[in-house]
Design a binder for this molecule. Structure first.
Ligand code: AMP
Ligand code: ZN
Length: 112
């Protein structure tokens, strides 16, 4: 998508602190970390949010979760939270599907 921040990060047009990349997804550290470890995993293909997940991209989304599990293991994260905000009221600010992975501090429930 032309004007999408995360499409530009995936394409290397905007720099990022890359953690992992493969054919389907890209992982990078959040620029404004909300926990000692805070990275994002995004599909390379533009999907606006979880609300845009369907039969055509479900394999990519499933793959992203295997990558999250692998990265968490590699980083030694014993406990972590995976979050995806959908829509402005839920806190979504970048409209390209992304999963936040947060770890390294006590977390509260329910989230604010
Ligand atoms: P959300 O608000 O759930 O849509 O999450 C978007 C996330 O992207 C926020 O946590 C931002 O800090 C993060 N973010 C915005 N711009 C960048 C960037 N250039 N590099 C890394 N993370 C970013
Ligand atoms: Zn995009």
């Amino acid at each position: 998508m032309n004007d999408c921040l995360f499409c530009k990060i995936v394409a290397g047009e905007i720099p990022s602190n890359k953690l992992y990349e493969d054919d389907l997804c890209y992982a990078f550290y959040d620029i404004d970390p909300q926990a000692p470890t805070h990275f994002l995993v995004v599909p390379k293909a533009h999907i606006p949010s979880v609300a845009g997940v369907d039969e055509s991209n479900q394999a990519t989304v499933g793959h992203i979760f295997t990558v999250i599990a692998k990265l968490a293991k590699e980083l030694g994260l014993d406990s972590f939270r995976v979050v995806s905000n959908i829509g402005e009221q839920a806190g979504q600010s970048v409209f390209h599907l992304h999963f936040h992975v947060l770890s390294g501090r006590d977390m509260t429930w329910p989230p604010g």
